[in-house]
Design a protein around this ligand. Sequence first.
Ligand code: ADP
Ligand code: MG
Length: 243
Amino acid sequence: FSNKMIRFEKMEVVSQLAASISHEVRNPLTVVKGFLQLFKMEGLTEEEKKRYIDTALIELDRAEGIISDYLTFAKPTSANIITIDVKQELQRILDMLRPFAYKNSVLIHEHLEDCGVKGNVQNFQQVLLNIVKNAIESMPNGGVLRIQTKKTRHKVIIHIQDTGCGLTNEQRARLGEPYFSTKEKGTGLGLMVSYRIIEAMKGTIEVESQLGTGTTFTITLPVPLCNKVHHVSPTTNKETISS
Ligand code: ADP
Ligand code: MG
């Protein structure tokens, strides 16, 4: 019964996300369409043409950003709930983001324990990507990204800590609110998606931050009842199960 419940809730999150994405992406596409129609008008100056194209490109960037905040790992079969190997998924996300960290002169320190959590692996990867990417983005002039996992009897705890720009209390209170972004090209959707996914996994996200010093995101999730860990091969995507 409980398995079915989780599955059902998960499906709901997936379809809610799908509905939000189509809504979010439609706005920039409508703007691009409008500018392309304007572009067809006769007698436009070169300067006007350039302005229309630039605006259309900005909106396409926005659509791309929205899709990457929601759907970087999406697959048609993504309603699958398994026991996720947290260490492996964190390493995978860190490997993805290493070039970006390097570009920002961000050093990465990892202290990862073996632990598992229950959920949909693509959604979980999306959460890690969004939070770790934000951490790196908060350190444009370099810093240290510290990723730590801990396991207690009932909880798996993931700390994602940066030495970046930090947040005011007002900003911190708005995290997860749709469209709240302090970035020039931000969507303000990455954390909203992450909070929803973690909530569906029966977990919590807590944030501690000090302006100018840094921020720590703490994700807490329940330890699964069954301890079997599914390893998903990064190359073949085949699952193997170990206990
Ligand atoms: P986006 O990254 O597109 O702005 P997010 O939902 O990912 O949207 O994040 C919302 C806002 O939360 C960011 O614009 C930023 O102001 C703040 N934020 C998130 N993570 C951090 C962090 N690690 N350090 C400082 N600010 C952060
Ligand atoms: Mg973000």
